[in-house]
Design a protein around this ligand. Structure first.
Ligand code: GTP
Ligand code: SPV
Ligand code: MN
Length: 580
């Protein structure tokens, strides 16, 4: 099936260990996709949605115990525990292999083993990397077709390059007690057992493109980040590119697909990617970014024609819906859709409004990026796009202002390392609790955060033309718990200030934590936000910030001696400015 000996040997060994009934090598064709869907319709893994309103759209219901990433069951199995760091769960690699291999034994009996070659990034880009996922889930195979450059095109590149990341996945019996997501960065290997959901099972995404890739990137001199990539075209026809890191379910997809409000005729947003960004230092000293993915696995709740029209439109056909509710006429439904009403909940039970939400809060769509009306042709450019600004952000009801700018790269790294955000339904566990989520990478950095920050800092020594760094917070709330900033399309007003700052055009006011927009520097014409609210949105409260820096200091302490001294010093400077 392949001329790559390492691959054919691995498939043979795996088949021998897991005992599938059949082996299917995915070619990535549309006919193959059709076959996968038909098979799943037959065995109930997929259900047809209203084909008149939603042609080629299907519903998948996960096991109710398997609806999100499981961070407590996710491990980095490096030889040294210190290399994994306090930010990761760790097991010795030998022990980890023994434990998970025992689960894989005979786990594919009665099932088909799918071999899925995939390429992360444009297939002709030197920045792209390939992998092969072996899985017993046709749902995973179908999702990988939508999310990646999958099949023959990837296999061809693997046969040329020789190198690929090995990802082994089995649904097992979906028992959470027999579930592990294990990464062996030194072996470029992933083993995932017992979950069929998103980031746990679509191994090209978080497992490969972030956890393994972040490790590889550090060794090879690039960056693998949990960031969207977007182009902002102004009325003069110039496009600048932005990369932004927000934690899971904190607004990347929505920002990347932004539609300019009525007040901003002539502006246009281009989506390159909505979740993952690989950046390399170009010969010109700028950071150049590619989106390793080719599709979106996006959050449904909150998506409607007002918040995200492009997403709403692109998921009306050829889309897989996971864990949504249904209307009487068999259309998909989720909270915040603002039309229709659900009669069946995400678990297939009649819905009467009494048993919590109708759709699961982490219900998602899978769709090819080609269906996004704002998809940038630059997404296919093998050299990527040059990044003008990097934005970090979090979901904070309080403390963090709408936007502020770092003084320089080192300060920007501190800003990223200081990201904290309320937890969301994207991972199991409590929702709405503020936690540290540096660079939005807490669940995804494949090595010790102290080394990661040090690596980020080292870029300051390599280039003088790096992007400027900013922090945003769309989620500040007033006393009644209402969002103070309208968000969504109106976020363009903040992006304009950011890009004008990069151009040396917009006014900033210096504070202890960085520059915030000077009064009136953010264009609020035509916006129902008064001057008092703007002032509150941009407030840097010294007491709250001293507390914030104290908490960050304690967090940094858990990294001990490995914490880079430049980061410690940057923290000390901000803390000192706050106590003046
Ligand atoms: P992952 O796919 O988990 O990495 O998430 P993401 O960062 O792409 O998050 P997404 O854009 O899907 O947003 C998650 C939730 O935040 C959705 O319910 C959105 O409606 C909501 N949201 C996004 N942008 C804004 C905003 O500007 N303001 C407010 N209030 N909510 C927003
Ligand atoms: C996230 O949780 O950040 C996601 C969804 O983008 S998953 O693919 O499940 O990781
Ligand atoms: Mn994500």
């Amino acid at each position: 099936m392949t001329t790559n000996r390492a691959l054919s040997d691995w498939v043979a060994q795996t088949a021998n260990h897991t005992q599938p009934d059949r082996i299917h090598w995915c070619d990535g064709s549309d006919i193959e996709y059709r076959g996968l869907v038909d098979g799943m319709l037959k065995d109930g893994m997929l259900q047809e949605l209203n084909q008149k309103t939603h042609p080629n759209c299907y519903l998948h219901r996960s096991n109710p115990q398997d609806v999100a990433r499981v961070e407590h069951l996710t491990f980095i199995c490096s030889h040294s525990q210190a290399d994994a760091g306090p930010n990761n769960n760790w097991i010795d690699p030998q022990e980890a292999h023994a434990k998970i291999d025992a689960l894989f034994k005979d786990s594919m009996q009665g099932r088909t083993l799918y071999v899925i070659p995939y390429c992360m990034g444009p297939s002709d880009s030197p920045l792209s990397r390939c992998g092969v996922e072996i899985t017993d889930s046709p749902y995973v195979a179908a999702n990988m077709k939508l999310m990646t450059r999958m099949g023959n095109v990837a296999l061809k590149r693997i046969e040329q390059d020789g190198e690929f990341v090995k990802g082994l996945h089995s649904m097992g019996d979906l028992n959470p007690d027999r579930r592990f997501i294990m990464h062996f960065p030194e072996e470029l290997t992933i083993k995932s057992f017992g979950s069929g959901y998103g980031g746990n099972a679509l191994l090209g995404k978080k497992c490969h493109a972030l956890r393994i890739a972040s490790w590889q990137a550090k060794r090879e001199g690039w960056l693998a980040e949990h960031m969207l990539i977007m182009g902002v075209e102004n009325p003069q026809g110039e496009t600048h590119y932005i990369a932004a890191a927000f934690p899971s379910a904190c607004g990347k997809t929505n920002l990347a697909m932004l539609i300019p409000p009525e007040s901003h005729r002539g502006w246009k947003i281009w989506t390159i990617g909505d979740d993952i960004c690989w950046m390399h230092l170009g010969e010109d000293g700028r950071l150049w970014a590619i989106n390793p993915e080719a599709g979106f696995f996006g959050v449904l709740p909150g998506t409607n024609p007002k918040t995200n029209k492009n997403a709403y439109d692109m998921i009306t056909h050829d889309t897989i819906f996971t864990n949504v509710a249904l209307t009487r006429d068999n259309r998909p439904w989720w909270e915040g859709l603002k039309e229709g009403s659900p009669v069946v909940d995400w678990q297939g039970r009649p819905y009467d409004g009494r048993n919590g939400t109708a759709a699961h809060p982490n219900s998602r769509f899978t769709v090819s990026a080609q269906q996004n009306p704002g998809y940038s042709p630059k997404s296919e450019d093998p050299s990527g796009v040059p990044i003008s600004a990097i934005i970090f952000g979090g979901r904070r009801a309080d403390v963090a202002p709408l936007v502020y700018e770092a003084r320089n790269w080192i300060h920007g790294v501190l800003m990223g390392a200081g990201v904290a955000s309320e937890t969301t339904a994207a991972a199991t566990g409590r929702v709405g609790v503020v936690r540290r989520d540096p660079m939005a990478m807490k669940p995804f950095c494949g090595y010790n955060f102290a080394d990661y920050w040090n690596y980020w800092l080292s870029f300051a020594d390599k280039s003088t033309t790096l992007p400027k760094i900013f922090h945003v917070n769309w989620f500040r709330q007033d006393k009644d718990g209402k969002f103070m900033w309208p968000g969504f399309g109106e976020n363009l007003r903040v992006l304009r200030w950011i890009l004008d700052r990069c151009d040396g055009k917009a006014r900033g006011r210096e504070t202890a934590i960085g520059y915030v927009p000077a009064s009136g520097a953010i264009d609020t014409r035509g916006l129902d936000v008064d001057a008092d609210t703007m002032r509150a949105l941009l407030e840097v409260n010294p007491d709250k910030w001293r507390n914030e820096m104290q908490i960050l200091d304690e967090y940094f302490s858990s990294y001990g001696e490995r914490l880079p001294s430049r980061l410690r010093e940057a923290h000390r400077q901000v803390a000192a400015a706050l106590s003046r």
